[in-house]
Design a protein around this ligand. Sequence first.
Ligand SMILES: [Zn+2]
Length: 139
Amino acid sequence: MARLTLDEAIEFLQAIEAGAVTLRTPVSPQRIFAGDVTYAASNGWTLVVYVDANEWDYVARVVSDDGRTLSREDAAILINRYTASDEVAWARYRIPGYRRRRCEGCGRDIKQSRESRPRSTRCRGCGGVHDLEEPAAEG
Ligand SMILES: [Zn+2]
């Protein structure tokens, strides 16, 4: 079977950034914390992103709707060539940022709990159980 090309993979990632393709996950990425997050994309493709300490790290795997994947060489190139900004990581991938936890209702930071993988990802105001992080003191 033909391989997925690097251009196709990058075009796909750019469509996600633009919001033309949307992503769904069975489990909130924040609950994974470190490891592979698998997304089902609205165009039928599958995407796996490696997350480290709640930070977007790299694209681990792209599978097109007809089952094609990148060659090993192209997959390695993609890791170096493509990264999501913090804004895109949260807005499109629901990955909150390095060691952050964010409410999936309002996007504000929620207080860290001892639990490394809390069951809820919403603040009290959005129907969850978490307190919001106090705003950082001025000065
Ligand atoms: Zn909230």
